[in-house]
Design a binder for this molecule. Structure first.
Ligand code: AMP
Ligand code: MG
Length: 330
């Protein structure tokens, strides 16, 4: 297949992306979290192609993206009241809700689960395209399974450009990490399945303090969520995490990078490292925004090892530590 063609923000390109999606083609598109590999969620062959282009195992269900509430009701006829409250508070936005699915929703899409993951993204261009397509759109991150997620069109081109026909370029993603996923499908407590841009504290506060179980899935009595694998988002170069506020060891072997959360901390490292920082000041939002781009760029430079400072564990830090821990897992 030839290299993917790039579409932009013009009305003509948006109409075309919408038509391509409706007809069952795959289109990579920007969202506020990461770039998604989008396809018509109602066409079984298209959903199958999403899995195959990514090399994603069929046990890892996809998130369905919508632009209006009516579509949610079609995917889930019986919406739990707390789901409605969360959607009212945070949609459009970086929150995915796990809902009981309608019988018509494909088992391929949900990996055989009785639930479906749904999100209404906030990115203006994604919203225009979803509106033009006017079908529910399945969209996992637009990267080969297990590799670092894409946060700009060039990342998608680098890793999937030979495998897909269309990429919409909407510039860099504003949030930079994947959506927060909350399971609201069961009768029991709400459960955090993946930390993301919206922290459990913020979600819980919008529900008058209704608790959200945010223990890692392995530590609860419920089965581990499909697809939440220990190793994910991973560069080819070995990563070593250093505790927050500490420095990497003296005299590393080989050519090594030190990636700190702020400039000051990068510059404090022992000599012998090539030094980088996520953010001038160490602000967590900036770290999220640059996280995957930094990992990709350092992975391309042939280092023996990359040492990375763990961010502090509060608020958005929970999601950053989750991504870095999976990226470093071997
Ligand atoms: P990605 O598309 O790469 O952002 O990954 C989406 C994640 O959503 C998957 O890894 C699953 O863990 C999660 N997910 C999707 N659908 C469901 C579901 N029905 N139940 C539980 N988790 C889900
Ligand atoms: Mg992904």
């Amino acid at each position: 297949m030839p290299t993917a063609s790039i579409l932009g923000e013009s009305d003509g390109d948006v109409r075309m992306a919408g038509r391509l999606l409706r007809e069952g083609h795959l289109v990579a598109l920007p969202t506020e979290t990461v770039y998604g590999l989008a396809g018509n969620a109602l066409i079984e062959d298209t959903v199958r192609r999403i899995f195959s282009v990514k090399g994603r195992p069929l046990i890892d269900p996809l998130i369905v993206h919508v632009h209006e509430w009516k579509q949610v009701e079609e995917l889930c006829p019986d919406i739990p009241p707390l789901a409605r409250q969360l959607a009212d508070a945070f949609w459009p936005g970086p929150l995915t809700l796990i809902l009981p699915k309608a019988p018509s929703v494909s088992d391929l899409l949900t990996a055989g689960n009785p639930t479906v993951a749904v999100r209404m993204p906030a990115h203006p261009l994604a919203r225009r395209i979803l509106q033009a397509a006017d079908i529910p759109v399945a969209a996992p991150s637009a990267n080969p399974f297990g590799y670092i997620s894409p946060t700009c069109a060039a990342h998608v081109m680098d890793s999937l450009g030979e495998r897909i026909e269309w990429i919409v370029d909407g510039g860099p993603c504003q949030k930079g990490i994947e959506s927060t996923i909350v399971d609201v499908s069961g009768p029991g407590a709400l459960r955090l399945l993946r930390p993301g841009p919206l922290s459990p504290e913020i979600l819980s506060a919008s529900l008058d303090g209704t608790p959200i179980d945010s223990r890692p899935p392995g530590e609860t009595d419920k089965p581990v969520a499909p697809g939440l694998l220990t190793r994910h988002y991973s560069p080819h170069t070995p990563l070593l995490l250093v505790s927050h506020g500490e420095l990497p060891p003296r005299a590393p072997e080989g050519r090594c990078a030190w990636l700190a959360i702020s400039r000051a901390h990068a510059e404090a490292s022992p000599s012998g490292y090539e030094r980088y920082w996520f953010s001038e000041t160490g602000a967590l939002e900036d770290i999220a925004q640059s996280l995957f781009a930094m990992l990709r760029s350092l992975d391309a430079q042939g280092y023996a090892r990359i040492y990375i400072e763990r961010p502090p564990a509060d608020g958005l830090g929970l999601a950053l530590i989750d991504r870095l821990t999976r990226a470093a897992a071997r």
